[in-house]
Write a protein that binds this ligand. Structure first.
Ligand code: FAD
Length: 472
């Protein structure tokens, strides 16, 4: 009975390890299989945590260089030590790695290191990474697949020393002189911000006519202005025709074509591809048991996150949708509660917040104005600029706004889109309000602490339901 479990989770990213903890807490004999020695998946090792660590370090440098003097703080000589910055990032990751291992032990979750590969619908092999030889066989009643995703690349290209993905970008030994970023989504903007603050010349090339094209247009326009002000070059509506590496000169040339067929060339010492992520199911043995995937390789699941084989669930990046850590976590909790026979609430995918950790931050939840227009719904919009807030002045970050969209008749909040200092933390007020289906009047009538950025909620709410605000 040693290798027999109620639940086996494959993958220890935020979806996987959180599912395992919840399962064990709810009484299931649980094991987790992870390919690498380090737990935590993309998020901890090459995603959320290392990027936020470098975003914070580079932000302090940027603020010290550009803002501290206005506070009366001066430096004789300001410089940064890139190696130390990277070591700090590595230490943070290692500490959290240890923390997750501790949580596995504390919750009596059995850890198998190796590649999990299905043999039958109730058993899998744990294989050596290199030789793919079976180390152990484990049996399960239920399984949750949480094997995540990897960075997408163009066909006929491979990531290497100069054409890099976010993974390599977060472990560079040097700050690029000229970094070309292909893809103006969340990852492109965050990594561009890090290296821009550290002195790289950044060019972002985007195929769509705007950056962060799946967020509200107002956010896209405003963050573009802010990034361009800090000398990030942003080029939109361009398609890539070729990428050439000139090894001797350590130079990369990116050839592009505009919509009217105009050809252009950008050069840099590195080219970061942030063009999306691909579901990761290599060596998982899905074909052995006939689990269905879509054309892009995402595992297909029903509303309860079950694959076509009902005792095998799939969650997180590997099933697509918003590829975010907190979405993977929510799905993991849901899957476990469904397995033990609880009746968890259906996940509300409309209310998964998105955040970009630029300076100021961008955060959004609910529907965009364009989506609401398409639904032909009548709506109100209240947009309150941060520069009116006392707190914005004391902090020195007066850029941005909070835009609230409400239903014209019912006053229900349909979407909130923020650019501003602390937007990442502020968006939770909107999520809670919308989860409880609040109106803008509800928000207006709640006392908000002064002076805070959260006062922008109250002001935008008043704009929505009375078309005026207190401070504007
Ligand atoms: P993953 O975290 O990808 O974990 C999958 C795990 O499964 C990996 O450890 C892998 O080794 C393992 N595995 C795969 N196949 C097997 C197998 N056959 N056997 C055993 N183990 C296997 N999201 C946010 O919410 N906020 C952010 O700020 C944020 N920043 C990001 C920044 C960057 C640069 C990147 C790349 C991503 C960022 N994300 C962010 C996205 C986030 O990292 C992912 O959405 C999240 O990690 C997905 O979790 P997951 O559990 O689905 O998969």
């Amino acid at each position: 009975m040693n290798n027999v479990y109620d639940l086996v989770v494959i993958g220890s990213g935020p979806g996987g390890y959180i599912s395992a903890i919840r399962a064990s807490q709810l009484g299931l004999r649980t094991a987790i299989v992870e390919k690498y020695q380090e737990l935590g998946g993309t998020c901890l090792n090459v995603g959320c945590i290392p990027s936020k660590s470098l975003l914070d370090s580079s932000k302090y440098f940027f603020l010290a260089k550009n803002h501290y003097s206005s506070h009366g703080i001066f430096f004789e000589k300001l410089f940064f030590d890139f190696k130390k910055m990277m070591n700090r990032k590595n230490d943070i990751v290692k500490n959290i790695n240890r923390g997750i291992k501790f949580l596995m032990k504390k919750n009596k979750i059995i850890l198998y290191q190796g590649i999990g590969s299905f043999k039958t619908v109730n058993s899998l092999s744990v294989k050596e990474i290199k030789s793919l030889k079976e180390k152990q066989e484990i049996k399960f009643k239920y399984c949750i697949i949480s094997t995540g995703s990897i960075p997408s690349c163009f066909p006929n290209l491979n990531f290497g020393n100069q054409i890099i993905s976010s993974t390599e970008a977060l472990s560079l030994n040097e700050v690029p002189n000229k970094l070309i970023i292909i893809g103006g989504g969340i990852i492109g903007l965050e990594l561009g911000s890090i290296f821009n603050r550290l002195g790289s010349q950044i060019t972002i090339i985007e195929v769509m006519d705007k950056i962060i094209s799946n967020m509200d247009d107002s956010l896209s326009q405003e963050i573009r202005k802010i990034l361009e002000k800090s000398s990030i070059q942003i080029e939109t509506s361009l398609s890539i025709t070729n990428i050439l590496v000139e090894k001797n000169k350590k130079e990369i040339s990116v050839f592009v074509k505009s919509k009217n067929e105009k050809e252009m060339k950008f050069t840099g010492d590195y080219c970061l591809l942030s063009i999306g992520r691909t579901p990761y199911t290599k060596n998982l043995g899905l074909e052995n048991i006939g689990i269905h995937q879509d054309q892009k390789g995402f595992i297909l699941v029903n509303d309860s996150l079950q694959s076509n084989i009902k005792n095998i669930y799939a969650i997180g990046d590997v099933i697509g949708g918003k590829m975010l850590a907190h979405k993977a976590e929510e799905e993991g909790l849901y899957a476990v509660e469904h397995i033990i026979g609880q009746k968890p609430n259906k996940l509300n995918y409309d209310l998964i917040p998105s955040v970009i950790y630029t300076y100021p931050e961008v955060a959004s939840v609910g529907r965009t104005e364009n989506e609401i227009k398409k639904e032909k719904m009548e709506y109100n919009v209240g947009t309150f600029p941060m520069k009116v807030l006392g707190r914005a002045h004391t902090s020195g970050c007066t850029e941005g706004f909070l835009k609230m969209i409400t239903h014209k008749k019912t006053d229900e909040i349909l979407g909130v889109h923020i650019i501003g200092d602390h937007a990442a933390d502020m968006i939770m007020e909107a999520s809670i309000a919308m989860e409880f289906r609040s109106s803008s009047e509800d928000i207006y009538r709640i006392c908000h602490p002064h002076p805070t950025f959260s006062e922008s909620f109250k002001e935008a709410a008043l704009l929505n339901f009375e078309n005026r605000s207190i401070h504007m």
